[in-house]
Design a protein around this ligand. Structure first.
Ligand SMILES: [Zn+2]
Length: 122
């Protein structure tokens, strides 16, 4: 299994998302993972769920993911945008950036889990 495929499984990424590159810094205890999608992928309009082609991709952003063992783990991706004839141009929803996903954190070693997010919502 290639390292990018292994990383995709470890991070729980599903199609159409695929890992295009992985950088591991042993000294920095950090893993950076670049996530991409195949050309021609269609996305749901976040307002009405109609499937649309990619309009363009926004600038690359970085999200903090759950740590991989002791390594801080960051996802990098360009969020696809769609142009819905009814609602206009929108960024699509990203599975790792949904409300229950871990937000980008700048502090080190802070555990982040869906349980703690859920507690905040109630
Ligand atoms: Zn729409």
């Amino acid at each position: 299994m290639r390292d990018t495929e292994l990383c995709r499984h470890v991070l729980g990424l599903e199609s159409p998302w695929e890992v295009s590159r992985v950088d591991l810094s042993a000294e920095g205890e950090r893993i950076d993972v670049w996530v991409d999608h195949p050309k021609g992928t269609r996305w749901k309009c976040p307002e009405c769920d109609v499937m649309l082609p990619t309009y363009d991709d926004a600038e690359e952003r970085e999200w903090r993911h759950l740590d991989t063992c002791q390594f801080l783990t960051y996802l990098h991706a360009r969020t696809p945008r769609v142009e819905c004839p009814k609602h206009g141009v929108f960024r699509v929803r990203l599975p790792w950036a949904e409300p229950m996903a871990c937000p980008l954190r700048t502090t080190r070693r802070r555990p982040c889990s869906s349980t703690s997010s859920k507690r905040l919502d109630t």
